[in-house]
Design a protein around this ligand. Structure first.
Ligand code: IPM
Ligand code: MG
Length: 373
């Protein structure tokens, strides 16, 4: 029997081809696993009205970890139009399966290491090394949304809203509401993950990125929780700054940042910035980590326009597999993969178009395998 059971979820678009590349590398490094394919994504939305079928959730619950490719998400109306005709008007609503997995499995920590591989032609500058810890289950992604707004809710908001907002809810206007939910539990989980990681890896600064001067209650709770947790880590410097200021300084002085911890949507945005500073979406990997399970995925999307061409960069997916090996405790294999990728980039011979090369997806995977040997 193989040592590990891995849920294998390629998803949509380029997901399939970058997963194929990752598999070539996992096999070559000697990772002993049984891979079980799972259904997820657009195809299942169209045919079943559910992009994350229950059988896939069961699969996640019965495996050691999951490697995930990419999925296509479309706004409400467009999604409805693509449903199979017999499913139309049955009340199905699309919601992102990756967001669903994060919540259903309480994968509270989204860790996005953004470390520039030296000499990567796609780097903004060499030497940048930032890890974003993004809260992964709540915030503006909690999925508590209202539209249209029922009168009862509108009245209730008017009644309870006296305290701060000067916004006139009584205006007879169309209103849509998405709640930004921050819980002490969620904030504690993500902030603890960030500090524990700092401690484990010998990093000396954690930056809390929120907006407590305006979003007073939710950012306020997040920040207070951060200050409390920081007391348990006396050796680590804690910096607090507003999310917009951090976005600005990241562009100017990214070397000043080390670990950044923030809520869900802010982390989504910031990690795209840090990803782009360190080589782009082609190399940016993410780990969705809970207490007992984790799902690893590239930060990029399904890039439908490139699908089937085997031209996109598989490094983000291979790096996600590397993060999976780290999490499973197979650190030696993980390090070998990292070094092989670094060497490949340094040589600049077999690179995909985003790094200025002409190689295909599987060429890169095969070259990484040669470097492993
Ligand atoms: C990410 C992606 C997802 C997100 C999308 C695909 C739902 O942008 O993982 O950063 O917004 O979290
Ligand atoms: Mg994103």
């Amino acid at each position: 029997m193989a040592k590990y059971k891995i849920a294998w979820l390629p998803g949509d678009g380029i997901g399939t081809e970058v997963m194929e590349a990752a598999r070539i590398v996992l096999d070559a490094v000697g990772f002993e696993a049984e891979y079980i394919n799972g259904d997820v994504g657009w195809e299942f939305w169209k045919s079943e009205g559910n992009p994350l079928p229950q059988r896939t959730i069961d699969l996640l619950n019965s495996t050691d970890a999951c490697l995930f490719g990419a999925i296509t998400s479309k706004p409400k109306e467009e999604a409805i139009k693509e449903l199979a005709p017999e499913l139309a008007d049955k009340g199905f609503e699309y919601s992102s399966p990756i967001v669903g997995m994060r919540q259903l499995l309480n994968l509270h920590t989204n860790m996005r290491p953004c470390k520039a591989f030296p000499t990567n032609p796609a780097n903004f500058r060499d030497g940048i090394d930032i890890t974003v810890f993004r809260e992964n289950t709540e915030g503006l992604y909690a999925g508590v949304e209202f539209y249209p707004l029922e009168d009862e809710l509108r009245q209730s908001i008017i009644k309870h809203n006296k305290k701060m907002s000067k916004f006139d809810f009584a205006l007879p206007d169309e209103i849509a509401i998405s709640l930004r939910i921050i819980t002490k539990r969620g904030a504690t989980a993500i902030i603890t993950s960030a500090f524990e990681y700092a401690k484990k890896t010998g990093r000396n600064k954690v930056t809390i990125a929120e907006k407590p001067n305006v979003i007073r209650e939710t950012s306020g709770l997040f920040l207070r929780t951060g200050r409390e947790i920081a007391k348990n880590y006396p050796g680590i410097e804690v910096e607090e700054n507003n999310i917009d200021a951090i976005a600005m300084w990241l562009v100017k002085n990214p070397e000043d940042y080390d670990i950044i911890v923030t809520s869900n949507l802010f982390g989504d945005i910031l990690s795209d910035i840090t990803g782009m500073l360190t080589g782009g979406m082609g190399v940016s990997a993410a780990a969705n980590i809970g207490d007992e399970y984790a799902v690893f995925e590239p930060t990029h999307g399904s890039a439908p326009k490139h699908a089937g061409k085997y031209k996109v960069n598989p490094i983000a997916q291979i790096m996600s597999a590397k993060l999976m090996l780290d999490w499973l405790g197979e650190t030696e294999m993980a390090d070998r993969i990292y070094k092989a990728i670094a060497q490949l980039i340094e040589e600049k011979k077999v690179l995909t178009y985003d790094m200025g090369g002409t190689a295909g997806t599987l060429d890169v995977a095969n070259e990484i395998v040669r470097k492993l040997a």
